[in-house]
Design a protein around this ligand. Structure first.
Ligand code: DAT
Length: 177
């Protein structure tokens, strides 16, 4: 990722964020397989480690307990070498991340992916609106230094492969500082 320097005395950590369905998990799995970095899927962790305060019927999702999530991640993130996968970014400590990738997908493509995932129409609509409004990108840009936030398109397999290649190349040159 040209122009983004890793600056900490540990292996770099990358955050891959984006609206649900933009390809975070698939992209992170490919980067982890190519580099040996640890993929942390925060949504899965919230479920498996009970890092939530119950189920929200209106939003059809768990109510995140941000303190519990940060406590659970502090150890691995301080050690470095992680690819963190989550649709929100503002509550993580800024110092954790050396590169923040925001994946973006065109509305109709995203709609089809979320439909295939079995989301309700209401939930699909909410997520597609969130993507149209660039909510996740703005949150990332408000939370991290401008030069470490990179928005990348994720509509096709070719774009995903190119995104993975870019991040792998960045990791190879960033190394431990
Ligand atoms: P997320 O983790 O952001 O919710 P995902 O990795 O689970 O997204 O991807 C959702 C689905 O869309 C999954 O079946 C893989 C597919 N997909 C994601 N990104 C893609 C891309 N750039 N090209 C083609 N398919 C993609």
């Amino acid at each position: 990722m040209p122009g983004v320097e890793a600056s900490n005395a540990r292996l770099p950590n990358i955050l891959v964020t984006g609206t649900p369905g933009t390809g975070k998990t698939t992209t992170c799995e490919l980067i982890a397989a190519a580099t040996g970095a640890r993929h942390i899927n925060v949504s899965e962790l919230v479920k498996s480690e009970d890092l939530h305060s119950g189920w929200d019927e209106d939003f059809d999702s768990y109510v995140l307990n941000e303190d519990k999530v940060c406590d659970a991640l502090e150890g691995p993130l301080s050690a470095g070498g992680n690819i963190v996968d989550f649709h929100s970014s503002e509550f993580f400590p800024e110092r954790w991340f050396d590169l923040v990738i925001v994946l973006q997908t065109d509305n109709s493509v995203l709609w089809d992916r979320l439909e295939r995932r079995g989301y309700t129409e209401k939930k699909i609509q909410e997520n597609v609106e969130c993507e149209i409004m660039h909510v996740v990108e703005e949150e990332a840009r408000d939370s991290y230094r401008e030069e470490i936030v990179k928005a990348l398109p994720s509509n096709t397999v070719e774009e995903m492969e190119s995104n993975v290649e870019n991040v792998v190349r960045w990791l190879q040159t960033a190394g431990p500082q």
